[in-house]
Design a protein around this ligand. Structure first.
Ligand code: SF4
Ligand code: SF4
Length: 183
């Protein structure tokens, strides 16, 4: 089983316990609000990418390069459990259970015909703008995108730290990746 499939399987398995921990309003009153804010900022980034034409350029690139663009198979393994859990919390439809169809692909497991299936992404995936994109945008548009990405990434980072805190305190990482039925 590949690294990313292990992480996705594990993330689905432990997400309910992490949610319970984060929803404990007495201990962490602001966390669920932050999750809502993260959703709004990530959607705002998506919207801005659409408005500026970035989404179309990337979707076309994904269709035609078979993984030689920036959505190659190598990137999927940079993802870690907290980022996957944030996507699960926000009901993102990510691959789960039927992984065979991905085994022969050269592209990232999260890539679909219409672009990336994740809402919450690793900072490289959010921030990277290749020459094709930068040549198509005005400087002020690039700055606008970067400001929006920054807002999204900051909240994602805060929440990922919270999830890591839970994982480091309650679960042993070796167990996390080997057995998915922890108490
Ligand atoms: S950022 Fe560039 S290389 Fe990456 S998917 Fe978009 S167009 Fe392709
Ligand atoms: S997570 Fe999304 S943006 Fe990042 S490499 Fe995979 S498909 Fe591309």
């Amino acid at each position: 089983m590949s690294d990313i499939i292990e992480k996705i399987t594990c993330a689905y398995s432990i997400a309910p316990r992490v949610r319970e921990y984060l929803s404990d309003k007495l201990k962490r009153p602001s966390i669920m609000t932050r999750l809502e804010q993260l959703k709004r900022e990530a959607e705002a980034s998506r919207e801005l990418m659409k408005t500026l034409g970035v989404t179309d350029i990337c979707a076309d690139c994904a269709r035609t390069t078979d993984g030689s663009g920036c959505c190659s198979k190598a990137i999927e393994n940079w993802y870690d459990i907290p980022t996957i859990i944030l996507n699960i919390f926000l009901n993102v439809d990510i691959p789960n259970g039927n992984f065979k169809r991905f085994s022969k692909r050269n592209t990232c497991i999260f890539l679909t015909d219409t672009g990336c299936s994740l809402l919450i992404r690793y900072d490289f995936c959010v921030n990277y703008l290749c020459d094709k994109i930068t040549f198509s945008l005005l400087n002020k548009e690039i700055k606008r995108l970067k400001r929006q990405y920054g807002r999204e990434l900051y909240i994602a980072w805060e929440l990922e730290q919270e999830i890591w805190r839970y994982l480091n305190t309650h679960l042993w990482k070796g167990h996390l990746l080997q057995g998915h039925s922890l108490q």
